[in-house]
Design a protein around this ligand. Structure first.
Ligand SMILES: NC(=O)c1ccc[n+]([C@@H]2O[C@H](COP(=O)([O-])OP(=O)(O)OC[C@H]3O[C@@H](n4cnc5c(N)ncnc54)[C@H](O)[C@@H]3O)[C@@H](O)[C@H]2O)c1
Length: 250
């Protein structure tokens, strides 16, 4: 049987690495993409069926070269997971244009660039795109002017992709993770933020990388063959909930 190929960005750690391992368990091959060379080398070591590609996915020329290299190696792309992301929380007044652009480049520009460059291959495979946004793209909060706005744009970009690429049999969906204890989250989650998340989440805990990965792999699989243009939260119920949980628990 021909093995399918998933391209996962930000695969050196966190949600991207967990997703890579789940794809491999399901019998897919994986092109692991990251710009952190030592982390990528370490993460990909010993993962049968995975191959590492170093790339900064926010850079147009690098992305074009990457897709050429992945096609030269595997000859196909069946799923594209746009997972690479950066977080930078700060007040609106302190967010310089340079900080804003840094967040937009990776979180939003890369999703546009990678999806566009992979479209010919995805047309050929009638493949799937899964973009990783965030609960911060669905609900506004303090300090997330750049991060939250970038993720809200990813949610809409997903719907644009689904609308236009459905013609070619390409599905595009978006996963919005709630909080997961990765390096990205722990760099911006203060003790106060961690406590506030617990207060606001019906399941009363952070999620795991694998719990996000399972949703991503499902959306890439044939089991989701009639699902496109959807935004699915894997968030312990955070997005669905209003006020009152802490009082109810007490
Ligand atoms: N962890 C959370 O709580 C959480 C919540 C909601 C959404 N997310 C989203 O999930 C995705 C994965 O986050 P994570 O928590 O696993 O983060 P992480 O920091 O553990 O991993 C992100 C990976 O992306 C890579 N990366 C960043 N910019 C890149 C670029 N320009 N080119 C190539 N690689 C790049 C990093 O080197 C890193 O290996 C992100 O899009 C993030 O915004 C995370």
């Amino acid at each position: 049987m021909t093995q399918k190929l998933a391209l996962v960005t930000g695969a050196a750690r966190g949600i991207g690495l967990a997703t890579t391992k789940l794809f491999l368990q399901e019998g897919w091959q994986v092109a692991m993409i990251d710009r952190d060379v030592p982390a990528l080398e370490e993460a990909s070591m010993g993962l049968d069926g995975a191959k590492a590609f170093v790339c900064d996915v926010s850079q147009p020329e690098a992305v074009d070269q990457l897709i050429t290299d992945v096609m030269a190696t595997f000859g196909r792309i069946d799923a594209l997971v746009n997972n690479a992301g950066v977080a930078d929380f700060g007040p609106i007044e302190d967010t310089s244009f340079a900080r804003w652009r840094t967040v937009m480049e990776t979180n939003l520009d890369s999703v546009f660039l990678m999806s566009q460059a992979a479209t010919p291959a995805l047309k050929a495979s009638r493949g799937a795109i899964v973009n990783i946004a965030s609960i911060s793209g669905l609900r506004a909060s303090t300090l997330r002017v750049a991060y939250g706005t970038s993720k809200a744009a990813v949610i809409h970009l997903t719907k644009q992709q689904a609308a236009e690429l459905g013609e070619y049999g390409i599905r595009a969906n978006c996963v919005c993770p709630g909080p997961v204890r990765t390096k990205l989250a722990m760099a911006v989650h203060t003790p106060e933020i961690i406590a506030a998340y617990h207060d606001a989440i019906p399941l009363n805990r952070y999620g795991s990388e694998g719990e996000i990965g399972e949703v991503i792999v499902f959306l890439c699989s044939a089991k989701a063959s009639y699902v496109t243009g959807q935004v699915i939260s894997s968030d312990g119920g955070f997005e669905s909930t209003g006020v009152g949980l802490p009082a109810l628990r007490a």
